[in-house]
Design a protein around this ligand. Structure first.
Ligand SMILES: Cc1cc2nc3c(=O)[nH]c(=O)nc-3n(C[C@H](O)[C@H](O)[C@H](O)COP(=O)(O)O)c2cc1C
Length: 488
C-alpha cells in the first residue's frame, strides 16, 4: 500500500489518530491504514460526528482506552510557538533521560507533535509507557520492526519531521553519528535524515572532556549539527561537578524554537558583540574576586539577537549556564581577557556590554595559595583598576555604529546611567536597579526577572518588570530598529 502522509490530515483527525495509535501500539500510518480499510469495507457508520467515528473505530480496532472527546484533547494541546511543527526526539541512554519526559510535555504544550525513538539503553532509564503516554504516540525502538520496515520505517521516521532532537545525546550517540555508524534505529535515523539535527549532550564531565568526545563534537559541528549545552553543575549520578549536565528542557525548547524560526531576520548580515556574566580576578590559584552576575541577561540578549539573524559573538565570563544556540561563544575569566577578546572581534556593527566586569583586580596574583599564618593577620590586598571595556570601545577608532552599555546600580540609577552615557561614548545605557524588590532572588543579579530603563540622549524610557527573556527580545528589536536607520 502507498505510504500515508499524516501531516496533510486535519488536526482533529491527527489528534484522534495519535491517540488510537498510542493505545494500540501502532504507528499513526498503520492506524490510518486500518481505519481506511474499515471505511472502504463499509464498516464505519455515517461519518457525521467525530465522537461517533471514534466510538466505531474503538470497536473496530478493539481499543478500550478512555473515550476522551477529541475536542477535550485538542484543548490540552494549546497552539503555541511550535504549532504544526513535528519533532522527532531520540532519547539516549543516560541519567538525564528522565528530563526528556518534561521536554516532551513542554514541546506538546507549545503545539508540536512529538514522535520518539528510544535507544535500548534509554529504556533502562525511562519506560516506553511513560514516553508514549506523554507523546500520545507509539514509541519507536527497533530497527528491524516487521510492522514498520515493510515500507522502510526508519527512512520515513527521519523524513517526516521538521527537526530531529537528540536528548540526552550520549557520548555513544555522538560517536556513532560523527563516524557514520548506523547499527540501531536511533543512529540509522540520524544518518538517514535530511532535516536539521539538534543535540543536547549529557554525560560525566570526564567523558565530556575526553579528547574523543571533543573530536566527535567538532566533527558534528562541522557537519552542521547544532548543539545546546551541556552546562556546568552537579552530576546526578555522583558527587562530581563540572561540565556535562544536560541543558534544561526549557533551554532545549528555546534552541528548537530558534532552529525552526522562520520569522524575518532584520539583523541578517550584522555582526554584533555581546559580553555577559561576571569576571573572576585571581588573588592566588584558588581565590578570586567575583560578583553575583549569572550571565542570564547577557546570554538571553545574545540569543535574541541571533534569532533576528545577527552573527553574534558572545564573550562570556565564567557562568553556569549553557552557551546560547546559534551564537559563537568565547569563554574568558578576567577583565583583561574580556577586553582583548572584544577588541579582537572589532570591527562590528553593534556591541552590547552586559557583563558585570570587576572594577578592580589584585595587583599581583600569588603563584601559590596564600597561607594563613597564626599571628600575622590577614594579607593586605593591593588593588588596581581594571580596563573600562565599554569606554574603550565607545571611543575606539573602530567603534561599532551602535554601542549599548548596561549599568547595574543600587542608588541614583538614572543620574549614574546618564553620567555613564556621556563618559563612555555609548548610544544608550540599559540601567537596572539591582536592588529592585521582586525582581528575582537574590535581587536582579542571578534572578530571572529584570526591570530596566533605557537611558539615551533622547530621554528615559521606563520598561515594566518582565522576564530577562522578554527584556532581551525587546532590546534586540530596539537594536534592529536603530541599526536599520544607520546606513553602513
Ligand atoms: C547508570 C548509568 C548512567 C549512564 N549515564 C550516561 C550519561 O549520562 N551519558 C552517557 O553518554 N552515557 C551514560 N551511560 C553509558 C551509556 O548508557 C552507554 O554508553 C550506552 O551504550 C549508551 O547507549 P545509547 O547511546 O545507544 O543510548 C550511563 C550508563 C549507566 C549504567
Amino acid at each position: 500500500m502507498a505510504s500515508i502522509t499524516i501531516r496533510n490530515l486535519d488536526d482533529e483527525v491527527k489528534d484522534l489518530l495519535r491517540r488510537l495509535a498510542a493505545e494500540n501500539d501502532r504507528s499513526m500510518e498503520e492506524q490510518a491504514r486500518i481505519m481506511i480499510r474499515a471505511a472502504v469495507e463499509g464498516q464505519l457508520g455515517p461519518a457525521g460526528r467525530i465522537e461517533q467515528i471514534e466510538k466505531t473505530l474503538r470497536e473496530l480496532t478493539g481499543s478500550h482506552g478512555p473515550a476522551t472527546p477529541v475536542a477535550a484533547v485538542s484543548n490540552q494541546t494549546p497552539r503555541g510557538s511550535l504549532s504544526g511543527k513535528r519533532i522527532l526526539l531520540i532519547i539516549g541512554g543516560g541519567i538525564a533521560a528522565y528530563k526528556a519526559l518534561d521536554l516532551i510535555r513542554r514541546l506538546r504544550e507549545r503545539g508540536a507533535a512529538v514522535r520518539v525513538v528510544m535507544t535500548s539503553a534509554a529504556q533502562e532509564f525511562v519506560t516506553t509507557l511513560s514516553v508514549g503516554a506523554l507523546s500520545a504516540d507509539r514509541v519507536f525502538t527497533d530497527l528491524f520492526d516487521r510492522n514498520d520496515e515493510h515500507d522502510v520505517g526508519h527512512i520515513r521516521l527521519s523524513r517526516e519531521a521538521d527537526l530531529v532532537v537528540v536528548a540526552p545525546a550520549t557520548a555513544d550517540l555522538m560517536a556513532k553519528l560523527a563516524n557514520g555508524h548506523a547499527n540501531d534505529l536511533g543512529s540509522t535515523v540520524l544518518i538517514a535524515t535530511d532535516k536539521p539535527v539538534l543535540m543536547a549532550p549529557a554525560m560525566n564531565p570526564k567523558m565530556w572532556s575526553h579528547p574523543a568526545t571533543r573530536r566527535n563534537r567538532a566533527t558534528l559541528q562541522k557537519d552542521g549539527i547544532a548543539f545546546v549545552g551541556p552546562a556546568k553543575g552537579e552530576m546526578a549520578e555522583s558527587n562530581e561537578a563540572g561540565e556535562g549536565r544536560m541543558a534544561e528542557p526549557l533551554e532545549i525548547v528555546a534552541a528548537i524554537e530558534a532552529l525552526l524560526d522562520i520569522r524575518p531576520k532584520p539583523l541578517a548580515g550584522r555582526k554584533i558583540i555581546v559580553t555577559s556574566g561576571p569576571t573572576h580576578e585571581p588573588i592566588d590559584p584558588v581565590r578570586y574576586i567575583a560578583n553575583r552576575s549569572s550571565g542570564k541577561q547577557g546570554h538571553a540578549i545574545a540569543a535574541a539577537l541571533a534569532r533576528l539573524g545577527a552573527d553574534v559573538r558572545l564573550v562570556s565570563g565564567p557562568v553556569g549556564i549553557a552557551d546560547p544556540v546559534g551564537v559563537t561563544t568565547l569563554h574568558v575569566e578576567t577583565a583583561n581577557e574580556m577586553k582583548d577578546a572584544v577588541e579582537q572581534l572589532l570591527p562590528a556593527d553593534a556591541a552590547v556590554f552586559v557583563a558585570a566586569v570587576a572594577d578592580w583586580r589584585s595587583v599581583t596574583s600569588a603563584g601559590e595559595k596564600i597561607k594563613k599564618v597564626a599571628g600575622e593577620g590577614p594579607p593586605a590586598l593591593q588593588m588596581v583598576e581594571n580596563p573600562d571595556i565599554l569606554a574603550g570601545v565607545g571611543h575606539h577608532r573602530q567603534r561599532p555604529s551602535l554601542v549599548v552599555g548596561f549599568a547595574a546600580e543600587t542608588q541614583d540609577l538614572v543620574r549614574n546611567a546618564e553620567a555613564k552615557l556621556r563618559k563612555k561614548g555609548a548610544d544608550f545605557i540599559v540601567a537596572n536597579d539591582v536592588s529592585h524588590e521582586g525582581a528575582g532572588s537574590p535581587g536582579v543579579m542571578g534572578g530571572d526577572r529584570n526591570k530596566v530603563r533605557i537611558v539615551s540622549k533622547a530621554g528615559i524610557d521606563e520598561w515594566p518588570e518582565m522576564s530577562k527573556g522578554e527584556v532581551a527580545t525587546r532590546l534586540a528589536a530596539l537594536i534592529a530598529e536603530r541599526l536599520k536607520t544607520i546606513v553602513v
